[in-house]
Design a binder for this molecule. Sequence first.
Ligand SMILES: *[C@@H]1O[C@H](CO)[C@@H](O)[C@H](O)[C@H]1NC(C)=O
Ligand SMILES: *[C@@H]1O[C@H](CO)[C@@H](O)[C@H](O)[C@H]1NC(C)=O
Ligand SMILES: *[C@@H]1O[C@H](CO)[C@@H](O)[C@H](O)[C@H]1NC(C)=O
Length: 419
Amino acid sequence: MAELVCRRRWLLWLLVLAAAAVHLPSAAAVSGRPAARQRLEVQRHLKRLNKKAVTSIKSPDGDMIDCVHISHQPAFDHPFLKNHTIQTKPAFYPDGLLFDESKTTSENKSPSMAQLWHQNGRCPQNTIPIRRTRKDDLLRASSVKRYGKKKHRSLPNPMSVDPDLLNESGHQHAIAYVEGDSYYGAKATINVWEPKIEQPNEFSLSQLWILGGSFGEDLNSIEAGWQVSPDLYGDNNSRLFTYWTSDSYQATGCYNLLCSGFIQISSEIAMGATISPLSKYRGSQYDVSILVWKDPKEGHWWMQFGNDYVLGYWPSFLFSYLADSASMIEWGGEVVNSEPDGEHTSTAMGSGHFPEEGFSKSSYFRNIQVVDESNSLKDPRGISTFTEQSNCYDVQTGNSYRWGHFFYYGGPGKNSNCP
Ligand SMILES: *[C@@H]1O[C@H](CO)[C@@H](O)[C@H](O)[C@H]1NC(C)=O
Ligand SMILES: *[C@@H]1O[C@H](CO)[C@@H](O)[C@H](O)[C@H]1NC(C)=O
Ligand SMILES: *[C@@H]1O[C@H](CO)[C@@H](O)[C@H](O)[C@H]1NC(C)=O
């Protein structure tokens, strides 16, 4: 308590000093005010995001992974979660899950995916691994407050009646989607690449979207996949990520655990951590499975990564539409095209190669499925595809016994047909 009072007083002094500085004629003093305010804001933010660690593990990629006691995770900063009893495992799995795994692993067995930091240790029981946020991470963000949040309207809306809107934000997509039913989850197995990013403010991601509501101000979305985002992580590594919002990316939601909401139970997988190994052109292919489904009783949305890791859940109360069900599922890639020098970006999507090239060259989503109202995994019906400019990034669907419904997607961005 004394310490708190002390800090408050110190803060007050700083504010007084900062305010006084405005009246000084010196240019240095004037520019010092926003810097001091930013420093404070950054410190406050770091303190909120980085919870006290039981132990920490240094990853080869430079990340620090903090093993935080499960009950000290960011979710419990949320006022609605003050009395929450953590569900230590899902009460229900979707029907059809095991059948699917045995079918795809028998002949198509690939080495299991891990996260790079596992090379240097694991987190103890009753802790969860959290990628530590650094000062530099916050300073790269357009504003400290927006750190970990998507920009508005970055969502592919294939039904948009206003085509201009699609290009407005510079986001480009190549996706498959279903809509028109009530959905209670989705699954996909995605191979992982490390697409080249031309500009640090661009990104390239591959994910699934679970959507409810309209594409106006009230959109609910749960998202998971892998991404390369120099702005968010400070490097070009492919990282596992999740996202959620209940108001079209405005006030609610964030990537990973960068705000309170998602409750993590896995001590093994860190959100935002580098995925390893990666697929190689004409070489070995490595893929990850992602399953998100709604607990039919409690209503929470659970997420499983690979066949072994149940990551945790988004409590039902975070959402409005998704508290009931989803009305649309999307799978696919998204890049930001900031049009450097007035030309299309050469930021790649997926492997950076077009769907025509096929296996081991193009990137894929295979065994895409939805969860229906009886909590069963089902093949999606009436799959459509969407892309803004197929000469830059494209998508092609297919169907086979072992891969079920699948699609290849992606592309290089800038090329002779996409100037
Ligand atoms: C938590 O429990 C306390 C004591 O039972 C109660 O006063 C409070 O309203 C509860 N808070 C929430 C958010 O449910
Ligand atoms: C997006 O912009 C590109 C280039 O300006 C154009 O060729 C394309 O038709 C636009 N797409 C849509 C869906 O409006
Ligand atoms: C990421 O890639 C870009 C372009 O390929 C490169 O210019 C940049 O230095 C890389 N950034 C890091 C942190 O390695």
